[in-house]
Design a protein around this ligand. Structure first.
Ligand code: DAT
Ligand code: MG
Length: 151
């Protein structure tokens, strides 16, 4: 199993709605380890770097306005297959198509207010973790329960 780090954001809608804790609870419950976590307000510059792949698309201006509209909770999770496991917990991009039991399926109804971001692949994860966290903000530690989570 490949150990991976991935970047999650509880987007401004999640913070404003008071469901950041629910989202974090679902992520923690997977067994993945929290390596970094903080609240921050995303600047226009950071938003442009983060969502550069979507520049030029019709929804891009609204996406940048939304992601910079209030604070987000940024989380770095670490563990085996962390990237794909978090994507599974998130659910499909459009909440209308997201499965029940996923964050987007259970807690959202609109693609433009879909509560959570998670890195899509290894390349994005490495880039996004470095965008939001410095080396000293990522803590490497063992948990007493690790042997109950990974064989
Ligand atoms: P994801 O967040 O699942 O990785 P993405 O990278 O394709 O999805 O898009 C980033 C965000 O942009 C997505 O969470 C919500 C918004 N978005 C994507 N497609 C959209 C669309 N067709 N209309 C409105 N917003 C959209
Ligand atoms: Mg994406």
């Amino acid at each position: 199993m490949a150990n991976e780090k991935t970047l999650i954001l509880v987007k401004p809608d999640g913070v404003q709605r008071g469901i950041a804790g629910q989202v974090i609870t679902r992520l923690e419950a997977t067994g993945l380890r929290i390596a970094g976590m903080k609240l921050l307000q995303i600047s226009d510059e950071l938003a442009a770097e983060h969502y550069g792949e979507h520049e030029g698309k019709p929804f891009y201006p609204g996406l940048v306005a939304f992601i910079t509209s209030g604070p987000v909770v940024a989380i770095c999770l670490d563990g085996p297959n962390a990237i794909s496991i978090v994507r599974k917990v998130m659910g499909s991009t459009n909440p209308a198509e997201a499965a029940p039991g996923t964050v987007r399926g259970d807690l959202a109804i609109d693609i433009g207010r879909n509560v959570i971001h998670g890195s899509a692949n290894e390349e994005d994860a490495a880039r996004e973790v470095a965008l939001y966290f410095s080396d000293v903000e990522l803590v490497d530690y063992a948990r007493a329960i690790d042997g109950w989570i990974v064989e």
